[in-house]
Design a protein around this ligand. Structure first.
Ligand code: GDP
Length: 375
């Protein structure tokens, strides 16, 4: 059984972690879904692996908001006024408080793999994640993957520049791979912002739980952690995940195509142009997993990306599902985010210059303080 550590940093990371714990609690429920309230005290997380979850935040209210993550798994990092969206302050707070975080993680034993989930653009998660990965890598040799949520592009200049710097720090550091999810790309989920967040969080949670299951399954022809590591080593250190589950009878080829299409992916990419390596895991009743159909679609993908690991999980009576992990050689969408970030930095700099000018103006006014006009 795999030992897995999942950390959620900051508000976004905490909420996605809670969604993962919610789904792990609800799985197999035939009656009413666990809905917080009493259920959180009597239900158990039904992970196939030995999964430990840890939520980290400077904002106590974000931690209190969590419904499916045990109190002992929530670490509050005290900092009087939070960190705002200021990554410089965030990094200072991490440096001062890292011993508390690292001790809590150390006490949980050793792991085979870890995932750290965060937004790229806020304050706490965005500034804590790169140094946290670095500290953990100093002490351990298990692979650490980050799941990074990109901001809605209209959220403003500070978020955009935070995202750009945060991703660069992660790529320059010892992180074993960055799995991208993009709020902007996923916002078509619709509804108000909270509904969109809940929908996006559930999508990410479903994909991660499926991934963990497939790395730790005893069913026929599955992929394992070694395959996942090889896939994640490909490409430019960036990856994303696609997933689709049929709601009625559907040929497996269509299920795979849907997982690789905008309705299945977490990040905007043309898989056939940008992907570097892939892992495709198919699950469902045997009748859907005919070798000829599976092979035909996988070969099409292999032709474009080079190497595709394939796993099949037979689950009697289940409709077909497909999960695809894709590393990316290039990412046009990310290039345009960086163009936006450069503009954002320019705008913020201009604003600072204007403040300086305003101060010069004020001192010009002050030069006549205490004087009277002479006529
Ligand atoms: P932090 O608590 O300081 O780390 O900041 P946040 O995690 O709130 O980061 C702000 C960014 O995260 C913005 O781009 C938000 O759109 C995004 N965000 C906040 N909460 C959620 C959430 O629950 N789900 C998703 N998908 N994005 C979120």
């Amino acid at each position: 059984m795999l030992n897995v550590l999942i950390i959620g940093n900051g508000q976004c990371g905490n909420r996605i972690l809670d969604s993962i714990n919610k789904q792990a609690m609800n799985r197999g429920s035939t009656t009413k879904e666990a809905s917080g309230g009493l259920s959180k005290y009597i239900s158990k997380h039904k992970y196939h692996s030995n999964v430990q979850t840890v939520a980290i935040n400077t904002a106590i209210n974000d931690l209190k908001e969590m419904k499916y993550t045990k109190a002992k798994d929530r670490i509050h990092i005290k900092n009087l006024h939070g960190v705002g969206a200021n990554r410089t302050i965030g990094k200072e707070v991490f440096e001062q408080q890292k011993a508390t975080i690292l001790r809590n993680i150390e006490e949980r034993g050793n792991f085979d793999v870890a995932f750290v989930i965060t937004s790229a653009s806020g304050g706490t998660g965005s500034s804590f994640t790169p140094p946290l990965v670095e500290e953990l890598k100093k002490a351990h040799d298990f692979p650490i993957y980050t799941v990074v949520v990109l901001p809605f592009r209209e959220e403003g200049t500070l978020y955009l520049q935070n995202a750009a710097f945060m991703l660069k720090e992660l790529r320059d550091g010892p992180c074993d791979g960055i799995i991208l999810a993009d709020n902007q790309y996923l916002k078509s989920i619709g509804g108000n912002v909270q509904d969109a967040y809940d929908g996006i969080n559930a999508m990410i949670a479903r994909r991660l739980i499926f991934l963990l299951d497939s790395l730790d399954s005893e069913m026929m022809m599955v992929t394992d952690l070694g395959d996942f590591k090889t896939v994640m080593k490909g490409g430019a250190g960036l990856a994303t995940i696609g997933y689709f589950k049929a709601e009625s009878d559907m040929p497996i080829r269509t299920v795979i195509q849907n997982a690789l299409s905008p309705r299945g992916l977490l990040f905007s990419t043309d898989v056939y142009k940008e992907a570097g390596r892939a892992m495709v895991i198919l699950k469902g009743d045997k009748k859907y997993l005919g070798m000829d159909d599976v092979s035909a679609e996988i070969e099409r993908l292999t032709g474009a990306v080079g190497h595709v690991f394939k796993g099949l999980i037979v689950e009697n009576g289940s409709l077909p599902e497909a999960l695809c992990v894709l590393t990316l050689n290039s990412a046009e969408e990310l290039e345009s985010l960086y163009e936006g970030a450069v503009q954002a930095i320019g705008i913020e700099k201009d604003k600072k210059d204007r403040v300086k000018k305003k101060k010069e103006m004020e001192s010009a006014f002050m030069t006549i303080d205490g004087m009277d006009p002479e006529y």
